[in-house]
Unconditional design. Structure first.
Length: 459
């Protein structure tokens, strides 16, 4: 997406933008947030006999009576989005379904990046993106927020805090990752015939705890030998003040895009909604999309037909149609069942028989373009012809400087009328206008400044 910056009064624009967004950003700090404008629309389309697919955006038809999408962090990567609506069954009756999909971390980071590029002032308390920034250990400093800093994760700033050590290593570290990363160097100084590398923290079920794995290699030929399991020992330590490192806005966005999962308390869902609504965009909700709904739905009203038999008795035929649904990810499979009950009211008593017929829903499997090839979206325009080459010509241009506001009074005007000579002198007018020269120059400077500032307005 391209961004063009234009603003007649950038500072006033920023003040109004921040003020308007304040109402949006001051949202409760809970995990679920709803928005009717931040995500792609809930859609459905037929994909074959007895099948409908649902999803967000893309091709298809909007569902009937769609709900307001809700977003939340659920421990996985990206933001989970839920929505509800109704799709028609083969009889045209609504089937209420709900669907969920995910907005990827990359799309969340992209929307937040576009929001940050619009703002002049740094984010403040109450903004969902500010909360996410704090969550990931970033902050903006300086009057314009142009300076970014990242908290050094090697230091524990909130109790409880611990120092971790592996085996007999003499040094302790504030995080398990730091202790594990430093352990191969210690092993290499204390072990002969082997070298160690590839440290990684892994949860070991047999210990019910995190351990540090390191790989050992034969010093003579560098061949892999074995993976060594190193257990942690820990001791409590008081928290310390945050230590800040130089960072960038891009590093903050990269941290969002690379997150492996978000806890349910994360601000990422609120930040995604804030960015999308402020940017005026809809975030794509991708696969896997999962749909759920009722197991059955009604068909049309039962049809009842009564007719006479040859013996004078009557026969009543009742036809009832129901639809059975199963769900496989984003696909709804529908089977139509028709039950026909025939009741004979004869002299010898009542005799009832039933017939059951189940068939998948019959649907037109053609694509929309196959159904309506003349619509504008299905037109085939071919390849446009190659444009004529544009000629080039070089010109030497000389620019001569001109003094700013340097002028002179016009020479007197002389003319003859009715055999008499007349002369008109501009000196008096020039002396009066020269006293107003400062005013005209100020007005010209103001108009020039307005035209220049108009190039910074955000659209």
């Amino acid at each position: 997406m391209n961004y063009y910056v234009r603003s007649p009064i950038p500072c006033l624009r920023a003040v109004l933008l921040v003020g308007a967004l304040g109402l949006l950003w001051l949202t409760p700090a809970h995990a679920n947030v709803s928005s009717d404008a931040a995500f792609e629309r809930f859609m459905h389309q037929s994909t074959g006999a007895g099948k409908q697919s649902v999803g967000f955006g893309g091709n298809g038809t909007p569902v009937v009576a769609p709900g307001v999408p809700s977003a939340a962090a659920d421990g996985g990567a990206g933001v989970r989005v839920n929505n509800t609506g109704s799709v028609p069954n083969p009889s045209g009756n609504p089937v209420g379904v709900s669907a969920s999909g995910r907005v990827s971390n990359a799309d969340v980071a992209g929307a937040i990046g576009r929001l940050l590029r619009k703002l002049i002032f740094p984010l403040s308390v109450g903004s969902a993106v500010y909360d996410l920034m704090q969550e990931l250990g970033f902050r903006q400093t300086g009057a314009s927020g142009a300076t970014w800093q990242k908290q050094n994760s090697e230091y524990c700033t909130e109790a409880p805090c611990f120092l971790y050590r592996l085996g007999s290593a003499p040094q302790s570290y504030s995080t398990k990752a730091a202790a594990c990363n430093a352990h191969p160097a210690y092993l290499n100084t204390t072990t002969s015939n082997y070298t160690f590398g590839n440290p990684r923290v892994v949860f070991e079920a047999s210990f019910n705890a995190d351990v540090c794995y390191t790989d050992s290699y034969h010093a003579s030929n560098g061949q892999f030998s074995a993976t060594q399991t190193n257990q942690y020992s820990s001791q409590s330590t008081p928290p310390v003040s945050p230590v800040w490192l130089a960072s960038t806005q891009q590093e903050f966005l990269d941290a969002i895009a690379s997150a492996s999962g978000w806890p349910s308390s994360s601000a990422v869902a609120r930040a995604a909604v804030q960015a999308a609504e402020t940017n005026g965009e809809r975030l794509p909700v991708g696969s896997p999309v999962t749909v759920t709904g009722p197991a059955t739905s009604p068909g049309p009203a039962p049809q009842v037909k009564t007719e006479p038999n040859t013996d004078g008795s009557t026969k009543t035929t009742t036809t009832t149609v129901t639809h059975t649904h199963t769900y496989n990810q984003n696909v709804i499979n529908t089977t139509t069942t028709t039950v026909t009950n025939i009741t004979n009211n004869g002299a010898s008593g009542v005799n009832t028989s039933s017939t059951v017929n189940s068939t998948p829903e019959a649907r037109d499997e053609r694509s929309e373009c196959e159904k309506s090839p003349d619509v504008i979206g299905c037109s085939k325009y071919g390849k446009p012809p190659e444009a004529d080459p544009i000629g080039r010509e070089s010109k030497d241009v000389a620019i001569s400087p001109t003094a700013f506001a340097a002028g002179s009074c016009p020479a007197p005007v002389s003319f003859t009328a009715f055999d008499r000579s007349y002369s008109f002198n501009y000196d008096d007018l020039c002396s009066r206008l020269s006293s107003l020269a400062g005013l005209f120059m100020a007005l010209a400077a103001l108009v020039a400044a307005w035209i220049f500032a108009d190039g910074f307005r955000v659209t």
